[in-house]
Design a binder for this molecule. Sequence first.
Ligand SMILES: Nc1ncnc2c1ncn2[C@@H]1O[C@H](COP(=O)(O)OP(=O)(O)OP(=O)(O)O)[C@@H](O)[C@H]1O
Ligand SMILES: [Mg+2]
Length: 236
Amino acid sequence: MTAKIIGIAQSKGGVGKSTLCANLSVTLSQNSKVLMIDCDPPQHSLSAWYSIRDDIYIETGLDIKTASTPSQLNSIISSHKDEYNYILIDGAPHVNSLVRSMLLSSNLIIIPLAPSSVEIWSFNSFENLINEAVKYNKNLTCKIVWNRVRKRVKSSQEVMDQVNKTSKLSAFKNIISFRVAYMDSFAEGCSVYEWSDAVASAEIWSLSSAVKRVVSKLNAIKPAQSQSALNFVRKG
Ligand SMILES: Nc1ncnc2c1ncn2[C@@H]1O[C@H](COP(=O)(O)OP(=O)(O)OP(=O)(O)O)[C@@H](O)[C@H]1O
Ligand SMILES: [Mg+2]
């Protein structure tokens, strides 16, 4: 097996990267082997979540490692890609060399986005970075996940429609709502699948099936090693 590499990245903090990484990883690990790589030093909130979880569950298919530099990230990927079906990478709250490196190493980049104007402003610059990354990782696929959506708020739908119309990046049809279960379950080392919110659990299952479907069609990534690719990473 060669793991499909899924990065969760955005140029903004607090958009739900770690929450989505944890929830997708638990769901995918129900019938596959999953490695998470926490690339968010010094916060390491995904690692903190995993260590709480470690006291509650005996994991069989879900492991975690941390990386603080692009070379650590690349070395973890190359030494473990044949042991796992999926590697999920949790990015930092701002664009740094690790996030740039993720863009060159991933099959799929998931971009969590809330339907609010303030988030859309910072998303535009991230979209430009992706356009640059595609020069070095030609097989890169990037998709938005609408997160923290309040379905009854009219402006949310308007913002989503606007981005769907103007952005070259497509969004998963599977939307993640704003639900307390996402906050509470994470704080207890759980996923929403292990929590008492059937709606949140169904949202994550459905997103995770869509993610599986997308990555199943993607070709393996050849690490970009040209000088210009290295310069792209170092710019962070
Ligand atoms: N769908 C959701 N509904 C409600 N709260 C959410 C949802 N997704 C994330 N949150 C909450 O939003 C906050 C930020 O989420 P999270 O830590 O996952 O974001 P992040 O992008 O990883 O942040 P950082 O950039 O700081 O690492 C957390 O309190 C989390 O519980
Ligand atoms: Mg985080």
